[in-house]
Unconditional design. Structure first.
Length: 381
């Protein structure tokens, strides 16, 4: 007979190690799972010394144990910027992993909710691991394909366990897949050609020798472009520097472009090689030889897929006749390098809010299909 479930807080380095390593046990038989780098995960939950998100947020982490074995984990977090932008009383939880056992899931979520109530929260949103900028949402459709870089993957039974605790879906986040080797539609090509003849528009590569400056520019456009989106929380200056440092090794000039209108930067698109293809055999470990392997592979990476995690147009241009034109030009200019230089044959972009009409219209123009759906759940506390 199984023993009692014990929920205890993550307090020691050994606890954090067990917290990080639990998914490696849960997903070991899932061929679609891509192991995250353990060093990245330790940095994510390591507090303000390793993650500037903690400068405006606080979090707690718990392990579920049965008979001395870790069988689940969860986080709960309160973010001052979430309270400001999503409403007072909005707490969040995430990093949810568990065996297929309703009792374990119930104990984990009950513990997270109790902490949120003690912090004065009146509703719980999740999962967020740890924020909207990390891995938001639970995978509810698209289990038959592996995730691209910086996207989550979950076990199919999680949704039922969460919904059994009274959670309802409040927002779906979509990712799209499309072939890119042969280009897109005739309509797409006509719009791009028209834009390339327009002297007011310039599409330029990011200058990696001025990386910090370029990263700040891009994230300034991002904070402006996304400010009205559901769930938006602005990135702080220290988070901008942190994100830039993390992304620099996997940023390639031909894959990150900025659109200028009359000399003013007004739009951007970031594309990343699917680094999951380069790290799959490392099993999350950079030591003893993982670092060397990864650095060598990143010198001239060849991948089958690219991911577009971020693109945006300043609010001053949204809805203008230039907005969609610049977006399609960014897509085409990056597609050319993605295929010719890096060997990619497929593209993956997202996530996209289910009610983001402009982005879904762009997906229609390039004949992209929804490949994965991630769901944010909500429950009153």
């Amino acid at each position: 007979m199984a023993g009692d479930i014990v929920i205890r807080p993550v307090e020691t380095a050994a606890d954090r190690k067990r917290f990080v390593e639990l998914p490696f046990a849960l997903y070991r038989n899932d061929p679609m799972w891509r192991p995250p780098l353990k060093a990245e995960m330790h940095g994510l939950i390591g507090g303000p010394k390793s993650n500037p998100w903690f400068e405006h947020a606080r979090a707690r982490f718990w392990l579920a144990e049965r008979d001395g074995e870790v069988v689940g984990r969860v986080s709960a977090q309160v973010d001052d910027l979430v309270l400001q932008h999503m409403g007072a009383g909005t707490g969040q939880w995430g990093m949810f992993e568990t065996i297929d056992d309703p009792a374990v899931a119930k104990a984990l979520l009950y513990t997270a909710e109790a902490w949120l109530r003690a912090e004065g929260m009146t509703r719980a949103l999740g999962p967020f691991s740890l924020s909207i900028w990390d891995e938001p949402g639970l995978l509810v459709d698209g289990f038959n394909d592996s995730p691209t870089v910086m996207m989550g993957h979950h076990l199919p039974y999680y949704a039922a366990l969460i919904e059994a605790q009274g959670y309802r879906g409040v927002k779906d986040l979509l990712t799209y897949d499309l072939p890119i080797a042969a280009g897109f539609t005739d309509k797409f090509d006509r719009i791009v050609a028209l834009g390339e003849r327009n002297e007011r528009i310039r599409i330029r590569k990011v200058n990696k020798s001025r990386f910090a400056e370029e990263a700040a520019l891009i994230l300034d456009i991002l904070n402006d472009a996304w400010s009205d989106n559901w769930g938006f929380v602005p990135l702080t200056p220290s988070e901008v520097a942190y994100v830039g440092k993390k992304l620099k090794p996997i940023v390639f000039e031909g894959l990150v472009r900025i659109a200028e209108l009359d000399g003013e930067p007004v739009a951007f698109m970031i594309t990343l090689p699917d680094i999951n293809e380069l790290t799959a055999d490392l099993n999350g470990n950079l030591l003893p030889f993982g670092w060397a392997k990864l650095l060598w592979r990143l010198r001239k990476p060849r991948v089958t897929r690219m991911r577009v995690p971020l693109m945006g147009v300043r609010k001053s241009q949204q809805g203008s006749r230039f907005a969609s034109m610049m977006a399609l030009m960014l897509i085409e200019h990056i597609r050319r390098d993605a295929t010719s230089v890096f060997g990619a044959v497929r593209g993956d972009f997202g996530w996209v809010l289910e009610d983001n009409g402009p982005m879904r219209s762009i997906a229609d123009v390039i004949d992209a299909r929804v490949s994965k759906t991630y769901r944010i759940y909500e429950r009153a506390l």
